[in-house]
Design a protein around this ligand. Sequence first.
Ligand SMILES: Nc1nc2c(c(=O)[nH]1)N[C@H]1C(S)=C(S)[C@@H](COP(=O)(O)O)O[C@H]1N2
Ligand SMILES: [Mo]
Length: 159
Amino acid sequence: MRRLLPFLFLLVIHSSGAAAEDLVVQVNPGQPIKLTLSDLELLPHQTLQAKDHNGISAAWSGVPLYQVLQQAGVSFGDTLRGAALAQYVVISAPDGYRVVFALPELDPRNTDHPVLLCDSMNGAPLPADIGPLRIVTNTDKRHFRWVRHVTRIELRKVE
Ligand SMILES: Nc1nc2c(c(=O)[nH]1)N[C@H]1C(S)=C(S)[C@@H](COP(=O)(O)O)O[C@H]1N2
Ligand SMILES: [Mo]
């Protein structure tokens, strides 16, 4: 136990310092940026009514993904054409689950259905089994892109 103690101590320091609720946004090439839940709270939110995998309808509120990406320097609008259309966003969670959205799917000039990085449901923070951040969208009939526990958002280019 005496040998273990320093490791346990480090573990505690690590988990408090690393801030599990941090979201990393990586736009390649470039330095990743970190957004805390409070950073996200300050960004513009939208709310949509959507049924979850169990068929239960709720008001999901969050930051549209394109606005999260804008924070990391990605521009939408007239520049989203040509080669820029071959970009995609990888959303990851700590359980290894990953899904992809093509950049044009997120462009508000292209679609009326936002993909939200949700931080609340029915006016309350997301429960621990799905949050603190979850993707919610009405674009899909299936729920496979409703990623729970989102910790990483990465923009990549098709090579
Ligand atoms: N992190 C993570 N998110 C995930 C999954 C997963 O395995 N890991 N499964 C997806 C699939 S396939 C479905 S159908 C829904 C299930 O949503 P629920 O948690 O509300 O039942 O979550 C999606 N989000
Ligand atoms: Mo699923």
